[in-house]
Design a protein around this ligand. Structure first.
Ligand SMILES: [Zn+2]
Length: 484
């Protein structure tokens, strides 16, 4: 005899609905489950379909907006305790298809709403695993039609976007490691996880939410000896605060300005970790960092789309368009409009030198690379500066995440709203000689860890410093030795 615990998982807060005895061996469990689901649906929920997932003694359910998760707790022959999965926390996201406590296997899909971006992000908490116990998290791609180029494609996103070779895993929700490479399983990937006797968090990549941002800022303010401050860039459409870190030496309010932002696309959590690495480096003791603090005003916004980050949605290609297709004179998102105002103010003082937009690329990309505006959008000065910046970055990005030698271009072939992409808008409308580029850091490599991302951020800081130091000298990207 086994127990089935049913709960709806259409929201991020699972609630228990029924705990009943069933006899899985006779097959009546399936019939009972079907009748129960239909009975639940008749109580105001949408009708749905139940498919048996017989071999694993689990059940696969799909009920339209109301999805049913199943926890199967066997009373005999089960090595471990009941497994539960939750996503009711900032950034949490999963559509739980089945939890098989006998086989210690959890089957999920990304839980995001395609109207709020590509449903490729997933992030869940698992309870019930004992210390050193093996379990599996099997992830399939979302079945929902995804949007692209500003409209619904009518078909799901390619599952590769949701299936990293290695998942991120944590025993405290703060320190993130990678699992060993997952195993292809049909259209999905099976990740082996090992319990520690407490909760376990597993995610598409290392999460970075507004809570982590604020904790980080508190630490930065305590340790920066007055050079760093936190600013409120905007309040989002859903009322969340978009915050940034500003670093400028006293009396340097006319210094070259450097603007760094991440996470215009919510699922690209690695970009926030690159921003974090940049900030940690900037506030550290390295001579280049000390030089940059003395000679520039640096603003870093580690999460632009705070709303979709909080709700665990993908952000990219959201309806009607995402943050990085919003750069016009009529921006939809308050944080984009606020950034535009700040950039214009820097440009009016002729000091916006560098604009960096941080992203994560496609699943097949294995090295960092830059996206740049098309050459005909740039002035001669901007083209020359961009080439110098690229030379500096190429020198500073060291193995294993070296920079691809050639940047990629954003033009009309890239996206119908290519003119509303940040780097293009900045180049065209803000300052004639600004370097405005996007850095894409790969997420699907063994180095796409918090340490790997932070190392990229440090290297980016060094590249910016060397660029600013050589720019004044009209050099070729090799920074002269300056007294610090
Ligand atoms: Zn992106």
């Amino acid at each position: 005899m086994s127990l089935l615990w049913l709960y709806p998982v259409s929201s991020s807060k699972p609630r228990a609905h029924a705990l009943v005895d069933v006899d899985q061996r006779s097959g009546c469990a399936k019939r009972w489950l079907l009748s129960t689901v239909l009975a639940m649906n008749s109580g105001g929920r949408r009708a749905g379909v139940v498919k048996a997932h017989g071999k694993q003694h689990g059940m696969r359910l799909a009920t339209g907006l109301t999805l049913i998760g199943v926890i199967l707790v066997a009373s005999t022959g089960v090595p471990g305790a009941e497994i539960t999965v939750s996503t009711d926390f900032e950034g949490g996201s999963a559509k739980v298809e089945a939890i098989n406590s006998e086989r210690r296997e959890i089957l999920i899909r990304p839980g995001g709403d395609p109207a709020r971006g590509w449903p490729c992000w997933w992030y869940l908490r698992i309870d019930g695993l004992t210390a050193a116990e093996d379990a599996k998290v099997v992830v399939l791609g979302s079945e929902q039609p995804a949007r692209n180029n500003g409209r619904s494609t009518g078909k799901p996103l390619a599952p590769d976007w949701a299936l990293p070779d290695r998942a991120a895993i944590s025993v405290d929700g703060a320190t993130w490691l990678q699992t060993e490479p997952g195993t292809k399983k049909g259209d999905g990937v099976s990740y082996r996880v090992i319990g520690n006797g407490g909760p376990l968090w597993v995610a598409w990549g290392p999460p970075f939410t507004s809570r982590e941002r604020d904790d980080l800022f508190v630490r930065f303010l305590a340790g920066s000896r007055g050079t760093a401050s936190v600013f409120e860039l905007a309040r989002s459409r859903e009322g969340r605060l978009v915050r940034g870190l500003r670093v400028v030496a006293p009396g340097q309010h006319r210094a070259p300005a450097v603007w760094v932002q991440a996470r215009q696309h919510a699922w690209e959590s690695g970009s926030s970790w690159v921003a974090r690495g940049f900030m940690e480096w900037l506030l550290g003791d390295e001579p280049d960092a000390i030089w940059l603090r003395k000679h520039a005003e640096v603003c870093v916004v580690p999460i632009m789309d705070v709303d979709r980050v909080a709700t665990g949605d993908g952000g990219k290609e959201s309806d009607p368009h995402d943050h990085n297709r919003d750069w016009s004179e009529a921006a939809l998102y308050p944080e984009i409009a606020a950034t535009q105002r700040r950039l214009k103010a820097f440009a009016a003082e002729d000091r916006l030198d560098v604009f960096l937009d941080l992203h994560n690329p496609g699943p097949a990309d294995r090295l960092p690379f830059l996206f740049v505006p098309p050459a005909d959008v740039l002035t001669d000065d901007a083209r020359a500066n961009q080439a110098r910046f690229l030379a500096c970055a190429s020198r500073q990005f060291d193995a294993p995440l070296t920079l691809e030698p050639s940047p990629r271009k954003t033009d009309s072939a890239y996206h119908p709203r290519w003119r509303q992409i940040s780097r293009v808008w900045v180049s065209k409308h803000i300052a004639a000689d600004t370097v405005a580029v996007c850095l894409e850091t790969p997420w699907n490599t063994p180095h796409s860890t918090t340490a790997g991302y932070r190392a990229v951020g440090s290297n980016l800081g060094r590249a910016v410093t060397h660029y600013l130091r050589t720019r004044a000298n009209g050099g070729d990207g090799i920074a002269p030795e300056l007294p610090h």
